[in-house]
Design a protein around this ligand. Structure first.
Ligand code: ASP
Length: 323
């Protein structure tokens, strides 16, 4: 009798050991990571093939460089800075080297960056000479107790921290002539989700062409042109900045997700609709904490691209109906 019980117990243990134990989701599937970039919104339609090809190449290069940073295990903040630095060096975009001129014939640039993990942020506004304003914004975020530095003070800060400074003739090269009726918007932005589930966003611009009186747009204003919060999303805007400031457009996206239960897609649309209701135009790119990407704009087009770790990727520039 005793032997029979012992035999039954052994069989039960053997069976229990063979029953597959369900694996936790994080052990069996790689975390999703990815990047979305924009190169400005505006009257972008029917570009000559030569111009279209140049933008496509530039967008893919910036996007893929940021993606490589993420694939190597780099942070979302590093990926955002990498993509934006490349676009700041490219005269095709209204940021860094290709920045438009203000009413006094000068280049005056704005940039910001935000870390969704800590809600740390850094920005520079109205700066000249700095080759990579996004790196100046990053330095403000990482090594300064303030969030936004402006004008000569920001330039001095960048110089003291060893950032590359350029002479005025480095900027605004006019390298590629644009077709008639083409307004150069070309502000650049990037949002990213890294393997650790951290979000980041950044934006850089030369601002509106012909701007006066030390005008500052939405790009360096945290919550207007840039916002990132690990609990919701990371977004970067482009368009007529005054309307994005008045509607706190970037923070509005995050708030609609956090407090009204909207998806990223719904929140981007609602925020651009608020901008549009006041008479503003432009667009957003975004990525949420699960790696869902979205973009939305009320202009004819927006230069944009994304790439995700599950293999999905896209580069586009014209109207949303072509998506
Ligand atoms: N939003 C930028 C600004 O108002 C311009 C742009 O996105 O083209 O400065």
């Amino acid at each position: 009798m005793k032997r029979w019980i012992w035999w039954a117990f052994t069989v039960w243990i053997w069976g229990a050991c063979r029953t597959p134990v369900p694996q936790a989701f994080s052990e069996t599937s790689a975390p999703l990571f990815g990047v979305v970039i924009h190169g400005g919104a505006g009257t972008i339609r029917d570009l000559p093939p030569r111009v279209e090809e140049a933008y496509r190449k530039a967008l893919n290069r910036a996007r893929d460089s940021a993606y490589e940073v993420l694939a190597r295990g780099g942070s979302a903040v590093d990926a955002v800075e990498t993509a934006i630095r490349l676009m700041e060096d490219d005269p095709l975009f209204n940021a860094g080297r290709g920045s438009v001129r203000d009413a006094y014939g000068e280049v005056r640039m704005d940039a910001s960056i935000m870390d969704g993990r800590t809600l740390n942020a850094g920005a520079v506004a109205n700066v000249r000479f700095i080759r990579h304003p996004i790196s100046a914004a990053r330095l403000v975020m990482d090594s300064c107790r303030h969030v936004c530095l402006t004008c000569e003070g920001a330039e001095q800060f960048a110089r003291e921290r060893g950032l590359e400074m350029m002479s005025p003739d480095y900027f605004d090269t006019g390298a590629l002539e644009m077709p008639e009726g083409f307004t150069k918007y070309g502000t650049v932005g990037c949002v990213a989700l890294d393997k650790d589930g951290n979000l980041a966003a950044g934006t850089s611009t030369g601002g509106l062409s012909g701007k006066k009186y030390g005008r500052v747009g939405d790009s360096p204003v945290i919550g207007a042109g840039t916002y990132a919060d690990n609990r919701t999303c990371a977004v970067s805007a482009t368009g007529t900045g005054e309307y994005f400031i008045r509607t706190a457009a970037a923070h509005r996206v995050s708030a609609l997700m956090a407090y009204a239960g909207k998806s990223l897609d719904e929140a981007l649309r609602a925020s651009i609709d608020s901008v549009g209701t006041l008479g503003g135009d432009g667009g957003f790119i975004g990525i949420d904490r699960r790696g869902r990407v979205s973009w939305y704009f009320n202009t004819a087009g927006m230069f944009r691209a994304y790439r995700l770790s599950d293999g999905r990727q896209k580069t586009a520039m014209y109207g949303l109906e072509q998506d």
